[in-house]
Ligand binder design. Structure first.
Ligand code: FAQ
Length: 311
């Protein structure tokens, strides 16, 4: 019966077994994976847009090549994740349509604009930095295809993180105007990045079940703290200021304590009311419509090839 199956499933999780697509899994486990993995895939896909705006504006050929490579990696990450989703028996187009209809979520952070070249650096350094803190544990997630996708994704994200840091370092070593540009961008990206880890543990409806099932390994606040502890010294090293007057290092615990996070802003942004939500989903919708001829041509080519092979 179902209770026995569920108990056996939980034992496998507790033993550290990987769950594979052909294995029995509780409906709730599958739905949690669908929710989180699709949000993750959409985030990578929409995540190309804020930086994409700067591709034709990069200050040198070298920076343009680096940025182009990074954005292509993000497209690749979304493809791995859409493929991992297919292993749950869902149709890729159906999942994708949920993004285009505005029904599916993607990370809050991608609804903010990249106003200057320094913002491109902040996205790499801070957002990819946060993504690494979140995703390295996910490479030990209980669902095999999701965990395996994370391994390569994390390796690529660490290049993204370094190129972001390098870009910001170049600016802070530059003219006073360039240094100020970096500080202004940090002021814009710090709080939205701290929010990326999701609501505080006591307001996180999914965390308990997700952690019990080994989908998530650490709570939202645990990962947020890890990110803050690791990033604040880097900010100080660059001679920049964290835009938080309440930030302090607790000498006893060794952890940085941050000021109040504006959770109203977070809710507004993830419910569609951020600065760029309409623009982001609109861009993805346009790409889908304008790419219709590519999909038709690829399908036509595939059917001709199949006919040729059969003949
Ligand atoms: N934004 O109960 P919890 C990248 C929602 S790409 C929007 O705590 P959970 C690379 C959550 O969905 C990103 N919504 O939920 C890159 C839920 O709503 P629902 C890579 C958020 O799932 C860099 C509700 O709030 N990483 O970085 C957010 O247990 C630069 C309640 O929350 C991922 O996508 C948020 N920040 O924990 C590309 C992370 N937080 O579904 C380009 C994968 C929460 O009930 C440039 N996902 N919500 O309507 C996760 O790890 C988890 O899903 C969490 C949330 C930790 C985000």
């Amino acid at each position: 019966d179902i209770a026995t199956l569920e108990a056996g499933f939980q034992q496998r999780i507790d033993r550290g077994d990987k769950i594979e697509p052909q294995d029995w899994m509780p409906e709730g486990y599958r739905n949690t994976l669908l929710r989180q993995m699709s949000q993750h895939a959409h985030s990578e896909y929409v995540g190309m847009l804020p930086e994409g705006f700067w591709l034709t504006r990069a200050p040198s050929l070298h920076r343009k090549c680096v940025l182009l490579a990074k954005i292509q990696d993000e497209a690749g990450h979304s493809q791995y994740l859409y493929s991992a989703l297919e292993s749950l028996g869902v149709d890729r187009d159906g999942i994708y349509q949920q993004l285009l209809s505005g029904q599916a979520k993607y990370l809050n952070i991608f609804n903010y604009p990249a106003l200057t070249w320094a913002d491109v650096g902040m996205i790499g350094w801070l957002t990819d930095g946060a993504a690494i803190v979140n995703q390295v544990p996910l490479s030990r997630s209980s669902y095999g295809p999701y965990a395996r996708a994370m391994v390569r994704i994390c390796q690529e994200e660490s290049f993204h993180h370094r190129q972001g840091f390098d870009l910001v370092r170049k600016l802070v070593e530059g003219t006073p105007e360039q240094r100020q540009m970096a500080q202004d961008a940090l002021n814009r990206w710090w709080w939205p990045t701290v929010m990326v880890f999701g609501p505080p543990d006591e307001d996180s409806p999914h965390s308990r079940r997700s952690m019990q099932w080994g989908i998530k390994l650490y709570s939202n606040d645990t990962l947020r703290q890890k990110f803050v502890d690791q990033t604040v010294p880097q900010i100080h090293h660059l001679g920049l200021t964290v835009p938080d007057p309440d930030l302090r290092l607790n000498e006893e615990t060794g952890h940085y304590e941050i000021g109040r996070i504006d959770w109203d802003e977070f809710s507004r942004v993830i419910q569609g009311g951020g600065q760029c939500n309409r623009h982001r989903v609109g861009s993805r919708r346009r790409a889908w419509e304008q790419g219709a001829w590519v999909r038709e041509a690829a399908a036509c080519h595939a059917s001709k090839q199949a006919a040729r092979q059969a003949g």
